[in-house]
Design a binder for this molecule. Structure first.
Ligand code: MTE
Ligand code: CO
Length: 428
């Protein structure tokens, strides 16, 4: 990337924002805002300013402008045997803020995304309840609903990175996550509608939740979580759930591993004990360093990643002001602090949180800094309201060994080179 280009683009910004503005000059640096000669974008009339644009009916439901067509979900074909029981990844390297648009939010399904009409939708509650019930979609719409923002992270997110740096991009290493505003009914409300007296002492009881797809993806959830903050959701970011995210109704299990967020939710059974289904025994179980397995790691521990600069989002400008940004989250509550290191964890600077950390939702952080073109080993480290600090890869391996897949929340390192390119690396 030539230095000339840099100056030119900064000049344009300076002119557009008003070169006289003190604030602009301070951000860009005194030299940067100085004019570099005539800029045709400023001095000449452009097509878009002389002709007419599209009419309002051109895109009744809008898609991103074509210049943004690389901000898309991507998969890694060799990760799974076929694209049906597979995964794709959110382009977190190219997004900002915290809300994930549904159209690029990662998908994970075990038997494909099914098409289920609202009219054909039924939700059954049975088992240890006073009155087994079946709800239609229209029934659900008549219960008081709530709006809440939560992240959903697949337990396998970062799972390829245990043995060493593998996938070259934040999208691939950390993109099995999305963060949406859900509209739904507290599961507690529906369980109470069915009546829980028949269950007796609720302390040891469970709910078993399953989906309408062929995999059913059945999972057991302890009753205290079920009655706490679980939602039966039918909208995300204000609109209907997309097919791939469970249309018309999915379960939202805040802070807990994505596998429990059952899509196309069809049945909730109150049970005496955990069902010990495939998804909660042979899958989603953690292999430890001593070769034994730890079952039921439900909560997603605090984690963070620098999304830019990163391998898919290199630094495209020269020395000077640099915005380092990323995401942090914790299944135990709110993020309270994120530190950023440029030297592989030797020294740390506290990042600016765009907004105070929210309960079990993504937090955006920024480090507004200056880059002199030096090599950086960029890392971020999250802390949550419980005092938990995101571990290094080394610390995590001491407990978990190298044969784990799920629940890898270690600190990620990007090697940013003097040319601005970045690479996934590991530091000892
Ligand atoms: N629910 C059903 N019914 N079928 C599935 O295959 N996949 C689970 C979960 N719920 C799955 C499911 C897994 S492993 C994850 S990580 C999340 O859904 C992913 O949700 P998303 O596809 O909306 O990103
Ligand atoms: Co998953």
């Amino acid at each position: 990337m030539s230095h000339d280009f840099v100056k030119k683009s900064l000049t344009r910004r300076g002119v557009l924002k008003g070169a006289a503005s003190g604030a602009g000059a301070a951000v860009l640096g005194a030299g940067a805002a100085r004019a570099q000669g005539p800029d045709p974008l400023i001095t000449e009339k452009q097509d878009w300013a002389t002709g007419l644009g599209d009419g309002v009916d051109a895109t009744p439901y809008g898609l991103p402008i074509k210049y943004e067509d690389d901000v898309v979900r991507r998969n890694v074909p060799w990760l799974t045997a076929d694209p049906i029981s597979s995964i794709n990844f959110t382009p977190i390297h190219a997004l900002d803020g915290t809300i994930t648009p549904q159209g690029c939010a990662f998908e994970r399904h075990h038997s494909g995304a099914i098409e289920l009409k609202k009219e054909d939708y039924r939700l059954m509650i049975n088992g240890l309840v006073d009155t087994p019930l079946v709800f239609s979609y229209a029934d659900l719409e008549r219960f008081p609903r709530e709006n809440r923002v939560y992240f959903c992270e697949c337990a396998a997110n970062t799972g390829m990175e245990w043995a060493g740096a593998q996938l070259n991009g934040a999208q691939f290493t950390h993109g099995m996550i999305h963060n949406m505003e859900y509209t739904g009914i507290p599961l507690r409300t529906l369980l109470e509608e069915a009546g829980l007296a028949a269950a007796g002492d609720l302390k040891d009881k469970w709910v078993y939740v399953e989906g309408a797809d062929a995999s059913s993806n059945g999972r057991s959830i302890p009753m205290d979580k079920a009655l706490d903050d679980v939602l039966v959701a039918f909208k995300a970011n204000g609109e209907a759930l997309r097919k791939e995210h469970g249309y018309p109704v999915r379960l939202v299990v805040p802070g807990w591993e994505g596998n429990m967020w059952v899509k196309w939710l069809r049945r909730i059974e109150v049970t005496e004990a955990a069902v010990e289904s495939r998804e909660e025994t042979s899958k989603y179980t953690d292999t430890l360093a001593d070769g034994t397995s730890r079952k039921w790691t439900w909560v997603m521990d605090a984690k963070s990643v620098v999304t830019s600069p990163s391998p898919q989002s290199p630094i495209r400008h020269g020395k000077g002001p640099l915005v380092i940004t990323g995401l942090a989250w914790s299944g135990r509550g709110a993020i309270t602090r994120v530190d950023v290191s440029k030297d592989g964890g030797k020294t740390w600077e506290t990042a600016r949180l765009a907004q105070e950390g929210q309960n079990k939702a993504l937090t955006r952080f920024y480090l507004d800094t200056t880059w002199d073109g030096e090599d950086m080993l960029l890392q971020s480290r999250a802390m949550d309201e419980t005092g938990y600090v995101q571990p290094t890869k080394h610390q995590l391996r001491e407990v978990r060994g190298e044969n784990s897949v799920y629940h890898n929340n270690c600190i990620q390192t990007w090697h940013v080179k003097p040319n601005g390119e970045a690479e996934n690396v590991e530091v000892s």
